[in-house]
Write a protein that binds this ligand. Structure first.
Ligand code: DOR
Ligand code: ZN
Length: 440
């Protein structure tokens, strides 16, 4: 049996940094010690950093039904190339993941993918979906248990976004109550439909920058406050998806101080881009919630530093270049890919190299690789009960080897996502995924 040794690296896991060798056999960590000699093959990882395989708790892999945009296979390859070995996938496919059959179908497809572990969110837009969820969570049938094991949680959209999955208002209390009763994390896309509709009515502009005006910051804040109120009423574990505003951070901070069970994630596009980037990106900078001004981006980084932000996740949402660039800008589909570039962008910040080339003199926020492990492994693992393991003896060897010194330029054509473009194309980053040992 092959015993593989990772020799000379620094392990960052469980909040600790240690300079140790790691011996792996059968996909398991056999031993961790300062020097290990007894191995069949040795991989020299001197100067490299070893972390647990990262988790992206918010991706859209488009399969089934939208395979012209992406497939599980292509996007899983993109994830792994970016150091992400576990993902939680969203329900807005065709059909949407809001029946037991649709969930079973995704699980069957995901079983083909060996190096990336896919978990799925169950979507709810109408009564029947809620009934199915309750049945799935209450049943002791083997099939229900099997499906439950791949369930990351429940996803609701408070307003329409790609895939038109807005939840019926009358269902909200029932969904919050059911998630609480069955100990499921409820993820909410928070934008307020009335505020968005009002802003759209007032808008007269047609250029892409108007996208940030028709989905204004206040819309997110109103929706987050509403979701938090519902979570408080029902004692639900609420997770705010892709939080993008200063007001949103303040609302989550207040709720946490009150002891309400709320967590949140922010996305790389909101951390590295602002409305200033529309000029360069055009519709490649269109997503929901939209790009915001500098002040919001600053608040998100401050939220990371203050521990208000629990996770960084990508909202990886590939569309074809043709779809993004055809027709009127405001009608282009919303969403950008990101699963392969998230960790390199964050490593770059940890290396004090701000990667947005349009902002060369920008100060780098404070972020360590240990913070990245907390935000992109420990916290999502806990929040969504994914059961992934840190780097320790007898644990699964799901390990990312990072070269923290390597400087390289992101080339969208070389990324693995089927979509073939990236809002970060041409950016020079510091920190590279050297290799990934993933074992499921
Ligand atoms: O920009 C977005 N794209 N936001 C969403 O809410 C959905 C996603 C997608 O599926 O394209
Ligand atoms: Zn999303």
């Amino acid at each position: 049996m092959t015993r593989t040794l990772l020799h000379g690296g620094t392990i960052i896991s469980d909040g600790i940094e240690s300079k140790d060798d790691v011996l792996i056999e059968h996909g398991k960590v056999l031993e961790i010690a300062r020097y290990i000699e007894d191995a069949d093959e040795t991989i020299d990882v001197t100067g490299k950093i070893l972390t647990p395989g990262f988790i992206d708790c918010h991706v859209h892999f488009r399969e089934p039904g939208l395979e012209h945009k992406a497939t599980m296979k292509t996007e899983a390859a993109s994830a792994v190339a970016g150091g992400v070995t576990t993902v939680c996938e969203m329900p807005n496919t065709i059909p949407p993941t809001n029946t037991a059959a649709a969930l079973a179908d995704k699980i069957r497809r995901a079983a083909e993918i060996k190096d990336c572990d896919l978990h799925f969110f169950f979507g709810i837009t109408e009564d029947a979906h809620l009934a199915t969820l309750i049945e799935l969570m209450s049943s002791s049938a083997e099939e229900s248990i099997r499906l439950r094991n791949r369930l990351a949680g429940v996803k609701i959209y408070l307003d329409h976004s790609t895939g038109d999955q807005k939840i019926a208002d009358a269902l909200l209390d029932g969904v919050f109550a059911a998630c609480a009763a069955h100990d499921l994390t409820l993820v909410a896309h928070c934008e307020d439909p009335a505020t968005n509709a009002q802003a759209a009515l007032q808008n007269t502009r047609t250029n892409i920058a108007a996208h940030s005006l028709v989905r204004p910051a206040q819309s997110e804040v109103i929706a987050i406050e509403r979701a938090i109120e519902l979570a408080q009423d029902h004692d639900t574990r609420l997770h705010i998806a892709h939080l993008s505003t200063e007001g949103g951070i303040n609302a989550v901070r207040d709720a946490k101080l009150e002891g309400i069970n709320v967590t949140c994630e922010v996305a790389p596009h909101h951390l590295f881009l602002t409305t200033d980037d529309y000029e360069r990106l055009g519709t490649l900078g269109k997503m929901n919630p939209p790009l915001r001004s500098q002040k919001h981006r600053f608040a998100l980084w401050q939220g990371i530093i203050d521990g208000i932000v629990d996770c960084i996740s990508t909202d990886h949402a590939p569309h074809t270049l043709e779809e993004k660039q055809a027709g009127e800008p405001l009608k282009a589909p919303s969403g950008v890919p990101g699963v392969e570039t998230m960790i390199p962008l964050l490593l770059s910040v940890a290396a004090k190299h701000w990667p947005n080339p349009g902002e060369q003199n920008a100060a780098c926020p404070k972020l360590s690789i240990n913070d990245i492990v907390r935000l992109c492994f420990e916290n999502p693992n806990r929040i969504f009960k994914l059961g992934k393991q840190s780097i320790a003896k007898e644990h699964t060897a799901d390990i990312v080897v990072i070269n923290p010194e390597a400087e390289w330029t992101i080339d969208a054509k070389k990324l693995h996502s089927l979509c073939g473009w990236s809002p970060f194309d041409g950016w020079t980053v510091k920190g590279r995924i050297d290799r990934v040992l993933s074992a499921r």
